[in-house]
Design a protein around this ligand. Structure first.
Ligand SMILES: *Cc1c(COP(=O)(O)O)cnc(C)c1O
Length: 388
């Protein structure tokens, strides 16, 4: 029996080795719904509804319905979505906006683009989201809003964040770019704050085949303002109420997103299941810490992030065995050259700074097979057994 399983493992290893296990493989998902996607694309082309149009309107309705929110305003990408949402809140020069120290640069970049100043706040260990306790220490007379990011697919602590926002009368903009379908006690992220933004970048939990994004809100006035800003200040053609900009979703992306939205919950379930398999197969390896979640929080695993002291060597070893990994993110935002002008020291972000050299993201997508996860975990085990 043992011999048989050894042979099976060897065979499996060879089989997988012939093909790299990519960090994200989008072609498997396309193959699984090819005819629906192809039909969606060809109908947009035959209808010549290239920018805006009925596919964009129906996707906006479907996504609002999915979230149970009143308005969904589509735009060109998730970075624009944050900037437009901030502008709709009247945020600009002289204002401060609180953002986490550890996230993708879009969050803080969008704040700067409005003329306001991003104020970085440390994150939590194990969960990687903004630390609500640190937020209060950074509020000044100029603070206008907080942007919690539901990083890696795990919701930020919205209960505490909303309480702080209420106490200091601040707006809350949820950056949901990594967390389509994530929930706290059954309530979907994007429905807690005043306004929320999503990215549909191809690798996100709900991804287009190019750039796309949206803003969601229950507030009629904010909905109207974001619509104006995203489309040259006009709701009716040639009636420009203000100067806006061009940030629109195109018809192809909307039709693709509509075809894919039906599968979002299934795909998230598969990600959650893959995370469970990883947790199970890695639990006996004491050198690896698997990601944490919180009771009542639905983590949708945009990223499966482990922590290990041997990150660089492990990463190289996995790569030599055909396993692609990545790092989200190699440097926390305040330490990037782009923010040298803020002149902050790592000591101000103790937790982000502590885990930064140890985090490693393993392959994660719904179509990742159990045998592949098994092979990845066996390879990690092999690395540590070689070390001792
Ligand atoms: C992807 C992402 C964005 C922006 O998305 P784009 O559509 O690429 O502009 C914003 N915030 C976070 C946290 C992201 O991961």
């Amino acid at each position: 029996m043992l011999w048989l399983s050894v042979i099976r493992l060897k065979f499996l290893a060879l089989y997988i080795m012939s093909d790299m296990i990519k960090f994200v493989d989008l072609s498997k998902q396309y193959d699984s719904i090819k005819s629906e996607i192809d039909d969606a694309i060809s109908s947009v082309i035959s209808e010549t509804e290239f920018v805006g149009g009925k596919n964009v309107r129906s996707f906006a309705d479907e996504f609002a319905k999915y979230l149970g929110i009143k308005h969904c305003i589509t735009c060109a990408n998730g970075t624009d979505a944050i900037e437009i949402a901030l502008k709709s809140l009247g945020i600009g020069k002289g204002d401060e906006v609180i953002v986490p120290s550890h996230t993708w640069i879009s969050t803080s970049e969008a704040v700067t683009m409005t003329g306001a100043k991003p104020v970085f706040v440390d994150t939590l260990s194990y969960y990687y989201t903004i630390n609500p306790r640190e937020i209060e220490n950074h509020i000044t007379g100029r603070t206008k809003a907080i942007i919690p990011v539901h990083l890696f697919g795990l919701p930020a602590d919205m209960d505490s964040i909303m309480m702080i926002a209420k106490k200091y009368k601040l707006f809350v903009l949820e950056d949901c770019a990594q967390a389509h379908g994530a929930k706290i006690d059954g309530k979907l992220v994007g429905t807690f704050g005043d306004i929320a933004t999503f990215s549909f970048y191809p690798s996100k939990n709900l991804g287009a085949y190019g750039d796309a994004g949206c803003i969601v809100t229950n507030n009629d006035e904010l909905s109207e303002k974001t619509k104006l800003i995203a489309n040259h200040g006009q709701l009716i053609k040639h009636e420009h109420k203000i100067e806006g900009r061009n940030s629109r979703m195109d018809g192809l992306q909307a039709a693709i997103l509509s075809a894919k939205l039906k599968y979002l919950n299934d795909w998230n379930e598969k990600r959650i299941n893959n995370a469970k398999l990883y947790n199970e197969y890695l639990k006996d390896i004491s050198q690896v810490r698997t990601p944490s979640t919180i009771e009542g929080f639905t983590h949708v695993y945009y990223v499966y992030c482990i922590k290990t002291l041997d990150r660089e060597n492990l990463r190289e070893f996995l790569n030599s065995k055909g396993i692609e990994t990545t790092i989200h993110y190699p440097r926390m935002l305040p330490m990037l050259d782009a923010y040298n002008y803020i002149n902050q020291s790592p000591g101000e972000f103790k937790i982000s700074y502590e885990y930064q050299p140890y985090i490693l993201s393993l392959p994660m997508y719904p179509e990742l097979a159990e045998e592949e996860i098994n092979y990845i975990c066996d390879t990690i085990r092999e690395f540590y057994s070689l070390k001792v």
